[in-house]
Ligand binder design. Structure first.
Ligand SMILES: Nc1nc2c(ncn2[C@@H]2O[C@H](COP(=O)(O)OP(=O)(O)OP(=O)(O)O)[C@@H](O)[C@H]2O)c(=O)[nH]1
Ligand SMILES: [Mg+2]
Length: 313
């Protein structure tokens, strides 16, 4: 049976299979993505990011409860860039989220750095599209907010939740790391720990310096462990979505996303196809040696290769 048809009929096994397929860059992927495309664009995408151990998974776990009570079906993509296959964190995520395992309205998927060609952000975005086509109303992407690739992933989202903790002075560092710019909602998790109020105040202060029309990111104290502050977070997410819709930002964000998506795809196709072509058609050893010995300059060599396969420059 055709997995795309099965997916569109609500088959969860087809969903799992198609995500693996896009993740592994299967030769069928392009055709599958093209067929799924007309069925995408309906889901609300929420990114959850923050330092390792900030409590992102615990928070997502709680959010699942709120979202389900509001009648949303949910897909979760937990991106773990540090683990090549199934690291401890992924396993942990599975165990923590297992109370939802029997709920057919929830689909959880972990993703590592395996399919490195084309990047994790492409794989995550395509997994989002598969879940979207499947019909999930809400898709949550959890990433560790440390590097550029995680920030790229977060850019996929309509609303971004930045999770901070009251670990003395830590929040200020995170703010400096540029995470302030991407947050639509700030959560100070582990508010049972000392210094929580100070962290809330610090983040508020930093946000006051930022002039952005229309939406002032709220700073919410939360205790994911006990589910405190989660209902407020869910309400703020819905409020942010309404704001995006009414202000026209949803459309402009999606347009920006379309642009970066297009650029990434062209890059991906050029990288995978053109480079593959060159490698299969031309013996590169001598050229590589010449460059290594500084007898050839790499720019000139690259252009010559592209000319040889008739790539228009
Ligand atoms: N004290 C306290 N601990 C919490 C709270 N929420 C989560 N934790 C704990 O923080 C630890 C990390 O939680 P996770 O939810 O795995 O954090 P994470 O950000 O998903 O971690 P990674 O995915 O590994 O980056 C766990 O031991 C949680 O029990 C909280 O509200 N208070
Ligand atoms: Mg986690």
């Amino acid at each position: 049976m055709d997995p795309v048809k099965e997916l569109l009929q609500g088959n969860r096994r087809a969903l799992a299979r198609l995500i693996s397929l896009v993740e592994n860059n299967d030769p069928l992927k392009e055709e599958i993505m093209q067929r799924l495309f007309p069925h995408t664009g309906k889901a609300y995408l929420v990114g959850v990011t923050g330092a390792p151990g900030a409590g992102k998974s615990s928070l997502v776990d709680r959010l699942l409860g709120e979202a389900r009570r509001s009648g949303f079906t949910v897909g979760v993509i937990a991106v773990d860039p540090t683990s090549p296959f199934t690291g401890g964190a992924i396993l942990g995520d599975r165990i923590r989220m297992q109370e939802h395992a029997l709920d057919r309205g929830i689909f959880i998927r972990s993703m590592g750095t395996r399919g490195s060609l084309g990047g994790l952000s492409r794989a995550a975005r395509e997994a989002v599209q598969v879940m979207d086509a499947f019909g999930k109303d809400l898709i949550i992407i959890e990433t560790v907010g440390v590097g550029q690739s995680e920030i790229d992933i977060v850019k996929t989202a309509d609303s971004t939740v930045v999770v901070l903790t009251p670990a003395g002075g830590d929040s200020v560092q995170t703010i400096k790391a540029g995470i302030m710019e991407i947050g639509d909602i700030f959560v100070i998790n582990k508010s049972d720990l000392p210094g929580s109020e100070r962290t809330v105040a610090e983040v508020n202060l930093a946000l006051d310096l930022k002039e952005e029309p229309g939406w002032r990111p709220p700073v919410l104290p939360v205790m994911a462990l006990r589910g405190e502050g989660i209902a407020e977070l869910w309400q703020k997410l819905l409020e942010h979505r309404r704001h995006l819709e009414q202000s026209g930002f949803l459309e402009s964000r999606r347009r920006e996303r379309a642009e970066s998506e297009l650029g990434e795809l062209v890059e991906f196709l050029v990288k995978s196809r053109v480079w593959q072509n060159i490698k299969t058609q031309i013996s590169l050893e001598k050229l590589i040696e010449a460059i290594a010995l500084r007898r050839r300059d790499p720019y000139g060599a690259a252009r010559e290769l592209l000319r040889q396969i008739n790539f228009p420059l």
